[in-house]
Design a protein around this ligand. Structure first.
Ligand SMILES: Nc1nc2c(c(=O)[nH]1)N[C@H]1C(S)=C(S)[C@@H](COP(=O)(O)O)O[C@H]1N2
Ligand SMILES: [Mo]
Length: 435
């Protein structure tokens, strides 16, 4: 779906605003000023109404009672076009492998609706009967344990808001030429939810971890038997056995009835439908972590177990999938995140990187979570290049596309976190470019 963005046309208030950087960026403090200024600005978008318009045009929903509510709601039918973009990657070798990106360009705020969470399935979505699902903890432990779902639901629960990002997110940008696709297709293998579940440390403690154990191998109950090795240090730190996603039990696509959640680490290691956790002295070097998810570098080396996700940002509005409906005022809006902590600063450029202005970060800025940034902008029409760059609280920023590509082998596609540039065309269309 390509959606047209309507600008706010000129007004006295807008014309008085001072630019802070090239290409029409306006001081972010404008958003912070709130109240009067915003009201003046909105006044200029709506057309003036008369009492006659209002009474003549009574729509049907104002004349008769509406439909009966249902026990579980769905979005308005008018929002049906807002969908994940589903891609089949390996048609020949793995026909049930699917990825689907969150349609970032159509969403606001930082929490991903459950029905639009991105997905990666190596062999489809298993239909698990929770009554028959078991979690086994074994290997280098004092006493192997088996849990039912009901057992686990009685444990003390904690919740954590964090992003989940596939290490293959943005892989289109590792191709020699920039692919033209929607923002969500390119960058949507990232989502953010409030997860709740049991600290894995609690269950490991109950099993009694042998001092020789330094890793665990977690396996899923899908037909792929998807398995990944995780260092014990992470498993006994902030790893969750997640049972809930944004308040409700985890969706089948996200791992119902339970999955691992590794805040800040690549989602690929967060085993869904987890049913076995084996404590080991060494990594398992499973198929799923050797055939994929290792980083090939330009010097010929391969980096395994590069779990932490880098600092990243992307402007979601405007972005490909949206079209600017003419010159005027827009609010540039985007997402920034870092696997290492909080986002400290996001800067935006509207002149291809010659000048930059600081965006507003929407509170609360949570660690290892999507952070919304915004900056007001006046588009005069004509081609313009928009970029964003984020820095986290530890000073980690984003490389240029060129710098990222220089370090990596030409056929690698994981952990891409370079600065994204969007080219706004004369006609308001937005294209993916490398800068
Ligand atoms: N059992 C199992 N776990 C899995 C996968 C899978 O195919 N099977 N895919 C992994 C990959 S590659 C990613 S990116 C995340 C995706 O999580 P999501 O589908 O909830 O977004 O799950 C991971 N855990
Ligand atoms: Mo992934």
């Amino acid at each position: 779906m390509i959606q047209s963005l309507k600008p706010i046309s000129r007004s006295r208030v807008l014309d008085e605003l001072d630019p802070v950087a090239g290409g029409g960026l306006i001081d972010r403090r404008y958003f912070l000023a709130g109240g009067a200024a915003i009201a003046g600005l909105l006044g200029s978008t709506s057309s003036s109404a008369s009492t006659q318009d209002v009474s003549n045009a009574l729509p049907p929903w104002m004349r008769e009672p509406g439909y009966e509510p249902e026990g579980y709601g769905v979005p308005s039918p008018y929002e049906r076009p807002v969908q994940r973009s589903i891609i089949q990657l390996y048609e020949d070798v793995a026909p049930s492998f699917r990825i689907s990106g969150t349609p970032l360009e159509h969403l606001e705020g930082t929490i991903t609706p459950n029905g639009l969470h991105f997905e990666t399935h190596h062999s489809g979505v298993p239909e698990i009967d929770p009554g028959r699902h078991r979690l086994l903890i074994h290997g280098l432990v004092n006493r192997p344990l088996i849990f039912t779902v009901d057992d686990l639901l009685r444990y003390p629960t904690v919740s954590k808001t964090c992003f989940v990002e596939c290490s293959g997110n943005s892989f289109f940008n590792t191709l020699p030429e920039p692919r033209q696709a929607s923002c969500g297709t390119i960058h949507g293998l990232v989502s953010c939810s409030e997860w709740a579940g049991i600290p894995l440390a609690l269950l490991l403690d109950e099993a009694g971890v042998d001092p020789d154990a330094a890793w665990l191998v977690a396996s899923g109950a899908d037909a792929a038997g998807y398995s990944r090795s995780i260092p014990l240090s992470k498993a006994s730190d902030d790893t969750l056995l997640a049972l809930y996603q944004n308040g409700e039990r985890i969706r089948p696509e996200q791992g119902y009835p339970m999955r691992l959640l590794l805040p800040g680490w690549e989602a690929s290691a967060a085993v869904k439908w987890v049913h076995a956790i084996k404590l080991t002295a060494n990594p398992g070097y499973t198929r799923d972590e050797t055939s994929r998810y290792s980083d090939l570098m330009a010097d010929g080396s391969a980096h395994l177990f590069t779990f932490e996700m880098g600092t990243k940002s992307v402007i979601t509005r405007p972005s490909p999938g949206l079209v600017l409906g003419g010159p005027g005022f827009y609010d540039i809006s985007g997402l920034a995140w870092s696997g290492r902590g909080r986002i400290a600063k996001v800067e935006v450029s509207a002149d291809g990187g010659q000048s930059w202005a600081e965006a507003v970060l929407q509170e609360p800025v949570l660690t290892q979570s999507l952070t919304r940034f915004r900056i007001p902008w006046r588009w005069e029409g004509g081609p313009i290049r928009l970029l964003s760059r984020a820095v986290d609280e530890h000073g980690h920023g984003q490389p240029s596309h060129e710098a990222w590509s220089r370090q990596r082998a030409s056929n690698t596609r994981y952990h891409y976190n370079a600065i994204q540039a969007w080219q706004v065309q004369n006609d308001g269309r937005v294209e993916n470019v490398y800068a």
